[in-house]
Design a protein around this ligand. Sequence first.
Ligand code: ZN
Length: 222
Amino acid sequence: MYLLKKMLRRLVLILAAVAMLCALVALFILWESGRLALGPCVPGREGAAEGVSGEAGALLETRNFEASPKAVGDLKSGIVDERLVTTLQAITEEHRVCVDTFKEGHYFLPGVPDGPLIPEGYGDAGGLPNSHYYGRAVDIRRVNGKPVRGNSTDPDVLDIGESISRIPPQERPDQIIGSETWAETLGRSSEEGWILDEDQLERHEDHIHLGYISEDGTWNTR
Ligand SMILES: [Zn+2]
């Protein structure tokens, strides 16, 4: 009887260890794929910008600015366009956002490294300059802790669009893309920088893309 109890206890311990290991592996996979809320969203803090001067440094120290390690790396390396940094500063004055990617780690097609042009396989935009490649674009995955996916009409997610539209035309991104519902509810035009092509809207169900088409200025006329 005593031996049986001992064996049972050992079995329970082994099972508990296996379960814990599985949970750890699952956590790691979720974190790696960026689906875990806490994983990719590290909030800005004092000292986060060590060695980084200027506005990129200021953004890194902004509490409302959360970013993945790759996005932080791009800001530190200086690849991110100043206009984009300024736009993110304006946004984070009113909202907490989680930035997933600028350049590093951005993929149009899974497994195919990004280049200077959008790959032909990526719908109507194929062949156009890749603003992510030049550090002129950002993908936002979360607003005030809520995933963009499934929250197109959430007041916070919509209000980001309002914040962006208040930026003067020549400073505002001219590649503003979100989901179809988001774009429709906001009712903004392509003259104001909104990209409204059906196939692009379909590809932005889970993030808001902000980018600048050209090296200087914008195409916005309103
Ligand atoms: Zn993007």
